[in-house]
Design a protein around this ligand. Structure first.
Ligand SMILES: C[S@@+](CC[C@H](N)C(=O)[O-])C[C@H]1O[C@@H](n2cnc3c(N)ncnc32)[C@H](O)[C@@H]1O
Length: 254
């Protein structure tokens, strides 16, 4: 997945862009992006609102049912949470949430909004939680990990799940058939190289979530296409024609 612009910021102009290697953008890059967004004010209101809708939908469809099934609220670890607009809706709803990210740049602003949040800074490449959680979320961050890194991360998170726990992965870069065609064409014609796009992370087929979960000792138990006004079930293995968003639930294999 390649980007050139994020919330009106020209990514190619950030100083960290000159230092990027073959992997996706680094914590330093996210620091600079957040500073550039803050220098202009806040993130775009419609972007914040769409994140909050996603967070509230996850609370209503996944967290609340978990609470009813288990007779207590889940303790949540929100990995790679960034500005955490979705994740903060869970704090607003009264859930205990530990906010994690590779950079601490976001933490002060989040704490000002949600004083009850707790924080953990660590690189996903090595992050190993010291306590267990009932729910571990990965919202819009699986793409920073290649396949081996994603398996390894899921294995470490699986070890930090309490019995009955689950991982919620919201992926905005699920490969659709249409996207496969576009990417093949763009790569064949050197489009990304010629136009200096920034490598943001990996696209992932629905089948890859299935394979990664098995390799990590987890079970992919559900997949949804999130959308305003209702989530539709999604095939666990087959790409759709053009849907690039997916929510995947991993539970510990019994
Ligand atoms: C696209 S943002 C998603 C933020 C938030 N979850 C959301 O849905 O808006 C990806 C986040 O992952 C974090 N991140 C990227 N690479 C990371 C790494 N190697 N370790 C920890 N966090 C990382 C970034 O700092 C950023 O906050």
């Amino acid at each position: 997945m390649y980007l050139r612009e994020c919330q009106g910021v020209d990514l190619r102009r950030l100083p960290a862009a000159a230092k990027l290697g073959s992997g996706p953008v680094t914590a330093e890059f996210y620091d600079q992006l957040f500073a550039a967004i803050q220098a202009r004010g806040q993130s775009a209101p419609e972007w914040i609102a769409s994140k909050q809708t996603l967070g509230r939908d996850i609370a209503a469809r996944i967290l609340q049912p978990w609470k009813e099934r288990h007779g207590r609220a889940p303790r949540i670890l929100a990995t790679g949470a960034g500005e955490a607009w979705a994740e903060c809706t869970w704090l607003e709803a009264g859930f205990a949430v530990t906010i994690h990210d590779g950079t601490s740049a976001y933490f002060e602003a989040i704490q000002a909004r949600q004083p009850q949040a707790s924080f953990l800074q660590s690189d996903m490449a090595s992050f190993t939680p010291e306590q267990t959680f009932d729910v571990i979320s990965m919202l819009a961050n699986d793409f920073v990990l290649d396949r081996a890194g994603f398996v390894d991360f899921c294995r470490r998170m699986a070890a930090a799940l309490s019995p009955g726990g689950m991982i919620i992965c919201y992926c905005p870069s699920v490969l659709s058939l249409r996207r496969i065609l576009i990417e093949a064409l763009r790569r064949a014609t050197g489009y990304y190289r010629r136009n200096q796009w920034i490598f943001w992370g990996w696209w992932r087929s629905p089948g890859e979530f299935q394979r990664v979960s098995r390799a990590a000792g987890l079970q992919l138990t559900n997949a949804f296409k999130p959308s305003n006004g209702g989530w539709a079930a999604q095939s666990l293995t087959l790409p759709s024609w053009k849907e690039n968003n997916g929510i995947f639930l991993f539970e510990k294999a019994i």
